[in-house]
Write a protein that binds this ligand. Structure first.
Ligand SMILES: *Cc1c(COP(=O)(O)O)cnc(C)c1O
Length: 541
C-alpha cells in the first residue's frame, strides 16, 4: 500500500530513538516513544520521517561494580551497515566554526524512515566530531551543540534532501533550534522577527514531556549567543521566545501552533505548570501508546481473544524471564511464586524502594520467596543521587539473593523480558510526576497486571480489581514525607489484601484479570490510535 498522500507530511525531531536493542540511540522513555511512533508511522502508512543524530557511542552502558555501585562505560558502535549514505552533507556554524554534518538514512527495524546526522567525519576538527559522540553527554555547551545539529542541521538536511515538509514536530524541547532555523529562512528573505515567528509557528507542533520543572532544560542567553544557536537573533529577541534564562520548553510552547501532553492527567499538570507562559500554544492531551509487534507476545492476545488458557501462555513467558534472570545474575527465582517487575529510571520521585520501606512486613515475604522482585533501571551518568538509588537496590538484591534481583544496564531486551514475564508490574511514582509510563502498557497487553499509583496513563485504563489495581487513591501532598507514608501504607494494603490472596488463592480470578487487562488495553494503547490523534489534534489543526 502506498503512503497516504493527502495527509500533511511530517518531520519528527527527536534526540533519541529506541528502535532496537542493538541500536543504542536511546536513553529511556522519550526514545522508546519515538521509536514506536516511527514504526507505527510505517505500519499505518503515514507520511512521516524522523530526524535524529547518529550517536557514535550512544548512551551509557551502566554496569554494577564489585562494590555494588553503578559505573558508566561507553564504546563505539559500528552500525554503518544498517545505514545508507545519502551523499548529503550540511553545515551548521557552532562556536564560529563550520561543523559539517553527514546525513545517513535508516530504513531497518520496522522500516521506519529516519535521517541521522553525524559530525564524526573525515577532516572535521576532533572536538566537533564528538558533538555526535554521546547522547546527553557532558555539559551545557555540548548539549547546545548537539541540539543545534539536530534542529538546525535537521532542517537543512530536509532541504538538501529535497523533502517537502508541512509540519515540524518537536518531540521535547531539544529540537527547538529547528524553529530558529525556520525563522532564519524567513528573516533572510526579508521578513521581520515578528512575521517570521508568526509564520514559523504555523508550521510547528510540540510534544512536552516531563512534569518535573528541573527536567525542562534551560540555558543562559549568553551561552546561546556564544554558541551561535541564536542564528543572528538578538538577546532581547531570544528572551521574548524563551525567557531569561532561556527555557527550551517555554521556547517550544511559544514557537508552536499546538502542543500536546502525553496522557490526560499530564495534560492537566502541564497546563497548570506552564499557565504563566504568555503567548504559548494550547496544550492538548494525547496519551502515548506502544508499537505492539515490538513489545507484546502475540500468543497472549490470541489466547485472550479466543478464551484459551492464559495461565499456560503466561507461564512460558515467565519461565523465559526466570531463565533470563538466572543467566544474567545467577539468581534462581521460583516460577510458581509471584514475580513483581519494576523497571524505571533511577530518580527519587519514582520511589523504587517504596516496597522495602516496612521491613517487618516485607522481610518475611522475601525470605519465603512469596514475593520476588526484579528491578532494573539506569541513572543519568552525572546523577549521583540516581546512582545511589540503584546501589540501594543492588544492596537489597545481595541481602535476598533469590527473591530480589537487580538487572544492570536496563535496555529494550530487559524491558521486553520484564513486561512479558513478570506477574505484576509495579509503579509507584509520586503523583503527578509520571508523564505517561509506557512500560505499563507493554505489561498490561502481555497479561502482566499493573499495580500502580493513579499516575501517567493508568487513570485512563484502571478498573480496580478487574484489569489490575490502583493504590493511593490519587493522593497528593506537598510534604513528601506525608505523601510517601500514605502511599507506602496503600501499597502494602493492596499487596497483602488484594494481590497476594488473588495470586495464591484465586487463580481463576487472576487469569480473568489477565484477560481483562489484555482486552481492555490492546487497541486503545496501541500506536495506531495515537497516530490518529496526532493527525486529528496536532497535524491538521
Ligand atoms: C518501555 C521502556 C521505557 C519507558 O517506560 P516507562 O514506563 O516510561 O518507564 C524506558 N526504557 C525502556 C528500555 C523501555 O523498554
Amino acid at each position: 500500500m502506498a503512503t497516504n498522500t493527502s495527509l500533511p507530511r511530517v518531520a519528527y525531531f527527536c534526540m533519541e530513538y529506541g528502535l532496537d536493542t542493538s541500536f543504542k540511540a536511546y536513553a529511556g522513555g522519550l526514545g522508546i516513544l519515538a521509536g514506536d511512533y516511527l514504526k507505527g508511522a510505517h505500519d499505518h502508512q503515514y507520511p512521516i520521517v524522523g530526524i535524529g543524530i547518529k550517536w557514535k557511542q550512544g548512551y551509557t552502558d551502566q554496569l554494577i561494580g564489585e562494590d555494588g555501585q553503578p559505573y558508566d562505560t561507553y564504546h563505539n558502535y559500528d552500525y554503518e551497515q544498517l545505514l545508507e549514505d545519502t551523499g548529503v552533507v550540511v553545515s551548521v556554524e557552532i562556536r564560529r566554526r563550520e561543523v559539517r554534518c553527514k546525513v545517513w538514512k535508516m530504513t531497518c527495524f520496522g522500516n521506519a524512515t529516519l535521517y541521522l546526522l553525524d559530525t564524526d567525519i573525515e577532516g572535521q576538527q576532533e572536538a566537533d566530531g564528538w558533538i555526535s559522540g554521546q547522547l546527553y553527554g557532558w555539559f551545557g555547551e555540548e548539549r547546545i551543540a548537539q541540539e543545534m545539529v539536530l534542529g538546525i542541521g535537521g532542517v537543512r538536511a530536509l532541504r538538501a534532501l529535497g523533502l517537502d515538509i508541512d509540519v515540524y514536530h518537536f518531540n521535547e524541547g531539544h529540537a527547538l533550534f529547528a524553529g530558529f532555523e525556520l525563522m532564519r529562512e524567513k528573516m533572510e528573505k526579508g521578513h521581520s522577527f515578528d512575521d517570521a515567528w508568526a509564520a514559523s509557528r504555523k508550521q510547528i507542533v510540540f510534544t512536552t514531556h516531563t512534569p518535573v520543572v528541573q527536567g525542562n532544560e534551560s540555558h543562559p542567553i549568553d551561552r546561546l549567543l556564544y554558541m551561535g544557536a541564536n542564528l543572528n537573533m538578538s538577546a532581547a529577541q531570544l528572551k521574548k521566545l524563551g525567557g531569561d534564562p532561556f527555557n527550551m520548553t517555554v521556547g517550544a510552547l511559544r514557537l508552536s501552533r499546538m502542543s500536546n501532553a502525553v496522557a490526560q492527567l499530564h495534560g492537566v499538570t502541564a497546563n497548570e505548570m506552564w499557565k504563566k507562559v504568555k503567548g504559548r500554544s494550547k496544550i492538548v492531551a494525547i496519551t502515548n501508546a506502544i508499537h505492539r509487534p515490538t513489545w507484546v507476545d502475540p500468543a497472549m492476545i490470541q489466547t485472550a481473544e479466543a478464551g484459551g488458557d492464559l495461565w499456560q501462555a503466561h507461564m512460558r513467558n515467565k519461565q523465559q524471564l526466570v531463565e533470563f534472570v538466572k543467566s544474567r545474575t545467577g539468581a534462581q527465582l521460583n516460577p510458581e511464586n509471584l514475580i513483581i517487575g519494576f523497571s524505571r529510571r533511577a530518580v527519587p520521585y519514582k520511589r523504587s524502594d517504596l516496597i522495602f520501606s516496612k521491613p517487618d512486613i516485607i522481610d518475611p515475604l522475601l525470605r519465603e520467596q512469596k514475593v520476588q522482585v526484579v528491578f532494573s533501571g539506569r541513572a543519568h551518568p552525572l546523577d549521583d543521587t540516581g546512582k545511589g538509588i540503584a546501589a540501594n537496590l543492588v544492596a537489597m538484591a545481595r541481602r535476598y539473593p533469590n527473591s530480589v534481583v537487580f538487572l544492570e544496564n536496563y535496555d529494550m531486551t530487559i524491558g521486553a523480558q520484564l513486561t512479558r514475564g513478570s506477574d505484576v508490574w509495579l509503579n509507584n511514582p509520586r503523583r503527578p510526576k509520571e508523564a505517561s509510563g509506557t512500560s505499563g502498557m507493554k505489561a498490561s497487553m502481555n497479561g502482566v497486571l499493573n499495580v500502580s499509583i493513579l499516575d501517567g496513563w493508568w487513570p485512563e485504563a484502571c478498573q480496580h480489581g478487574v484489569n489490575g489495581w490502583q493504590f493511593g487513591d490519587a493522593f497528593e501532598h506537598p510534604d513528601e514525607t506525608i505523601h510517601d507514608a500514605h502511599d507506602r501504607d496503600a501499597l502494602y494494603n493492596c499487596l497483602l489484601n488484594e494481590v497476594l490472596p488473588t495470586y495464591y488463592d484465586n487463580r481463576p480470578k487472576w487469569t480473568e484479570m489477565m484477560r481483562q487487562s489484555i482486552l481492555s488495553t490492546k487497541d486503545y494503547f496501541a500506536v495506531k490510535r495515537m497516530l490518529e490523534e496526532y493527525y486529528e489534534l496536532l497535524y491538521t489543526t
